[in-house]
Write a protein that binds this ligand. Structure first.
Ligand code: SF4
Length: 466
């Protein structure tokens, strides 16, 4: 995306027909499959309630669960680091690399590392870091960023993937997805063989056992954990859950919501570094617990946003996301959760994203941990209006509408004027080119149907209905 303001990014996104088609197709398929998987559960609502309670309880006692988690990790021989922000997290990775004499890093998918711009920090320190998730690897070669939480390259079609791999790896352009993947796999095998450090995120950290849960499908995370001599986990402090039983509930919903699977192909539980007698595993394991604004969010009115398990289901049902794709949002997290989290993480009360929603509630209905995203968006809009004042134009329009709607006579008159205007502007029953504030609406292909010549109430009064 070349634009820097929200409006510019939206215009850029709308003009990229190819990416829009790819996003629209992929999100519709994913949503259809998610619905089918959820329908298989005997009591999906019951499970969602349990998951929401687990997350809520954890947030309410986060300090205690984190303390227990750290204690368990240290008992297992894991070194725990705290990072208040991106710079501290990056510094910790570089220091760990120096301590263990590491130069090349194989990294698995982690949205937190995107949020921290970890790759840039690590590369500035002279280390080599390669993304090993297929989509992330493609984006790294392309100098691009993820546009979906669980499907980072959702905006790319097969043709553009083939071109990127051919240019980035110096291989022939292939047309078949299988052959394209084989090219990437061959390259990544050498990356794993040469890596002396592996970096992963963490879907969950289990307080009672010090276990890190990784929910993946490609097996690349396993190579990042077991092949290199040092394994570094970069984890947000909100990812902790009290028990393994709690983790099982979350994983069950996460896989179904994210990729419509009963279980992801590679659901990995790592409890400490390699022990004596074990055939593989990292000799040293480090966990970096990252705050980066999370304790501030925890103290605020939208703290429930921290319950997000990053399944991406809300993106797939969001009409705005499905139309625009992820880059227009400008932050790390796109879609409905991004509209809430971006301004909160950046501590930016003027963030425009809460306004980019039709408040249709679809995101709330699919969220496996029942986060009330539309409610939060309304709260954020209210807070913004209080702090920065309401836009005068909007205020005028709303007051005018209120004045009209308060009187039946004015309402009828308003309808007549609207009917007349639409008849002047409309062609064959549709207004395709609006004027004034309506122009932006119709420009995006959203034609407005003209009002019927006679209002229902007029026909009723004249006895032509009933
Ligand atoms: S807000 Fe809910 S639906 Fe959206 S990514 Fe997070 S957990 Fe998934």
């Amino acid at each position: 995306m070349t634009g820097s303001t929200f409006r510019e990014r939206v215009c850029d996104a709308l003009s990229d027909e190819r990416a829009r088609r790819a996003v629209m197709t992929a999100t519709a398929e994913r949503e259809e499959r998610r619905r089918a998987r959820w329908a298989e559960l005997a009591d999906v609502e019951g499970l969602r309630n349990i998951a929401a309670e687990i997350k809520q309880h954890t947030l309410d006692h986060l300090d205690a669960h984190l303390a227990r988690f750290i204690e368990k990790l240290e008992e297992l021989g894991v070194t725990v680091h705290g990072a208040a922000d991106a710079a501290e997290a990056g510094r910790a990775v570089v220091e760990i690399a120096e301590r263990h004499g590491c130069r090349s890093i194989a990294k698995s998918k982690s949205m937190l590392s995107e949020e921290l711009d970890l790759n840039e920090i690590v590369e500035r320190a002279g280390l080599e870091i390669v993304e090993t998730d297929l989509g992330e690897f493609l984006l790294q070669l392309d100098g691009d960023r993820p546009s979906h939480i669980t499907a980072p390259a959702v905006h790319k079609d097969v043709e553009s993937c083939a071109k990127t791999f051919a240019e980035g790896l110096g291989v022939p352009v292939e047309r078949e997805p299988k052959k394209i993947v084989a090219q990437a796999r061959a390259h990544l095998r050498d990356v794993f063989r040469g890596a002396d450090m592996g970096i992963t995120g963490a879907n969950l950290g289990v307080a009672e056992s010090g276990t890190i849960a990784l929910v993946m499908n490609e097996g690349n995370g396993r190579f990042c954990v077991h092949r290199p001599k040092a394994h570094v986990v970069v984890m947000g402090i909100e990812k902790v859950v009290p028990t393994l039983k709690d983790a099982a509930v979350i994983v069950k919903l996460l896989a179904r919501s994210a990729t419509a699977q009963k279980m992801t192909v590679d659901t990995h539980l790592i409890t400490g570094p390699m022990r004596t007698g074990e055939p593989d595993g990292a000799e040293a394991m480090h966990v970096i617990l990252v705050d980066a604004g999370r304790t501030r969010i925890l103290a605020g009115a939208q703290r429930d946003a921290l319950n997000c398990i990053r399944c991406g289901a809300c993106l797939n049902v969001c009409p705005v996301y499905r139309t625009l794709g992820g880059h227009a949002y400008g932050g790390t997290y796109p879609g409905p959760i991004g509209k809430v989290l971006t301004g909160l993480l950046e501590d930016d009360p003027t963030c425009e994203l809460p306004h980019a929603s039709s408040l249709c509630n679809a995101c709330r209905d699919v969220c496996p941990v029942k986060i009330d995203l539309p409610g939060m968006l309304v709260q954020l809009r209210q807070q913004q209006a209080k702090e920065t004042g309401r836009p005068r134009g909007k205020l005028f329009v709303l007051r005018a509408m209120m004045w009209v709607m308060k009187s039946p006579m004015r309402y009828r008159m308003g309808q007549r004027i609207a009917r007349l205007m639409m008849r002047i502007m409309g062609r064959k029953g549709w207004v395709t080119k609006g004027v004034g504030p309506v122009r932006g609406w119709t420009k995006g292909g959203r034609d407005i149907q003209t009002l019927p010549r006679k209002a229902f109430r007029d026909l009723w009064r004249k006895g032509r209905i009933g």
